[in-house]
Design a protein around this ligand. Structure first.
Ligand code: SF4
Ligand code: SF4
Length: 483
């Protein structure tokens, strides 16, 4: 493993997870130590951001972030002082003395979010609903795509800490079975993990190297033989899948008291001379990492973030490494040629033959292209894991996954709008009901007042009559006594 070094500046996006962006706790000019919390979680699905090294906050501004659109987002820019001085760390050697809630808090405070994909906060995933008991905890040691070797390297070099992290997660979840699944093309990782699990009840399961067995649902099926139900999550069938990198980060957070401030990223492709796995501080500009991997700019044709199947072209090499950056491919033209122009579908059916989820990719394509999103949804569009296998074999070079992403995005937007209009209608109806209720209450109060006034009037009249009668009687008694 190579050292990614400390660059001149670190750019830390406030939004590296699926929840709301974190809220900055520092101001420009503040001095911070390594591990200091720079931004706090804004909601339950957010995680904090920490300083990967000591230095000074230089800016809080919009900066390029790793995203297919090349967008900018709010980031804290840190200028390292080169001293790499740690702030206070609070390790917990005896984690079994803590209860489940305290451990989840430690993991949340360490800013750990799933290290591949969307950046789902680990403390949320480790807290399934009470009725969803996790029977099987799977540690995913299968790389999600060709080219990526970050997890392989981590298992080879840090197997002991990965197993410690797994044991902490098992202490939280209390599963009946713990399994680490590793592909059979990683013999050194298998050996290291077997040595680290010797004498424990954790199983090491060697699985065939076949893309996309590193996908969560595929791996669960391989390990347990069970299928995650359509529209469901693994916890529905009593299974949870965590990445080996996440287990390592959990171990560091609990046993060393260190927040999530660095990760292992694969830098590969024929345009770099020193390809390999780098231990990188989060926030490191991708161009800095490429220069450490000895990029030959004249050979670079395309920069891809992620793997060759599911990754995307990155046009902003100044964007930073974030919590989910697992791979950077600096590809030559021969290695990853620009995609050929799209041709009409010839209905060859190759796409359906390779789909690991048994979908009908060409039908999904037709529906997405014709904006018939409801039909695409009925064809289980949301079961598509965007593995790219269909697009890879398509002789017409149709960028199928892009069509599916577009359709999913449109459906989500429509659902969000529908939900907004449902909420607005519900608010309107609730307001109408409140106004009618208040009107009825006013009416009722008015009736009560009128009734009370009438009763008072009746009493008054009766009293006067009574008084008049008494006065008359007194007078008549007076007259009779004087007579
Ligand atoms: S592989 Fe391409 S051309 Fe063949 S059916 Fe699928 S979408 Fe059509
Ligand atoms: S990307 Fe294509 S092959 Fe992969 S799951 Fe989706 S439809 Fe199937």
């Amino acid at each position: 493993m190579q050292d990614g070094g400390i660059p001149d500046t670190l750019t830390l996006p406030l939004h590296q997870h699926i929840g709301q962006p974190a809220k900055a706790l520092v101001a420009v000019g503040d001095r911070v130590l390594k591990g200091s919390c720079l931004a706090e979680a804004a909601d339950h699905l957010a995680v904090p951001v920490h300083a990967p090294t000591s230095g000074t906050v230089e800016a809080i501004s919009l900066q390029p972030v790793p995203h297919p659109s090349g967008m900018t987002d709010w980031c804290i820019t840190l200028r390292p002082d080169g001293l790499d001085t740690w702030g206070e760390r609070t390790p917990t050697a005896d984690y079994k003395s803590l209860d489940r809630g305290q451990l989840l808090e430690l993991i949340r405070h360490a800013g750990i979010a799933g290290m591949g994909g969307a950046g789902f906060p680990t403390h949320v995933k480790l807290h399934p609903l009470r009725e969803r008991k996790v029977d099987t905890l799977i540690l995913n040691g299968a790389e999600c795509e060709p080219y990526i070797t970050a997890d392989d390297m981590l298992m080879r070099e840090r197997a002991g800490q990965i197993i410690s992290g797994l044991q902490i997660m098992a202490w939280i979840l209390r599963p009946e079975r713990c399994v680490i699944a590793i592909e059979d093309n990683k013999p050194e990782a298998i050996q290291a993990i077997r040595a680290a699990t010797a004498g424990t009840q954790t199983e090491t399961l060697v699985i065939p190297t076949k893309y996309p067995s590193g996908g969560e649902k595929q791996l669960i099926q391989i390990v347990t033989g069970m299928e995650v139900p359509h529209g469901g999550i693994p916890a529905d069938i009593g299974v949870m899948c965590q990445n080996v990198g996440t287990a390592y980060a959990v171990s560091r957070a609990v046993l060393q008291g260190e927040p999530f401030i660095s990760r292992i990223t694969t830098v590969t492709g024929d345009a770099v001379k020193a390809a390999g796995n780098f231990e990188v501080l989060l926030g490191t500009p991708i161009e800095h990492l490429l220069s450490r991997a000895q990029l030959a700019p004249d050979r670079l044709n395309r920069l891809v973030l992620g793997g060759p199947m599911m990754g995307y072209t990155l046009n902003q090499p100044a964007a930073p490494v974030i919590k989910t950056t697992n791979c950077i491919i600096a590809a030559t033209a021969a290695e990853l040629p620009d995609p050929a122009p799209e041709q009409p579908c010839i209905r060859c059916g190759h796409c359906a033959e390779v789909c690991p989820v048994k979908l009908l990719p060409q039908q999904l394509f037709w529906y997405a292209k014709a904006a018939e999103f409801e039909k695409a949804e009925h064809q289980n569009l949301f079961d598509c894991i965007e593995c790219g296998a269909c697009a890879y074999v398509c002789p017409s070079s149709i960028p199928l996954v892009q069509y599916y992403r577009f359709a999913k995005g449109e459906i989500r937007t429509q659902q969000a709008e529908q939900s907004k209009s449902d909420q607005a209608r519900a608010r309107f109806e609730a307001r109408q009901a409140r106004l009618e209720r208040e009107q009825a209450e006013r009416e009722e109060r008015r009736r009560q007042r009128a009734r009370a006034a009438a009763e008072a009037q009746t009493k008054k009249t009766g009293y006067r009559r009574h008084q008049r009668r008494c006065t008359g009687q007194r007078r008549s008694r007076g007259q009779s006594s004087t007579g």
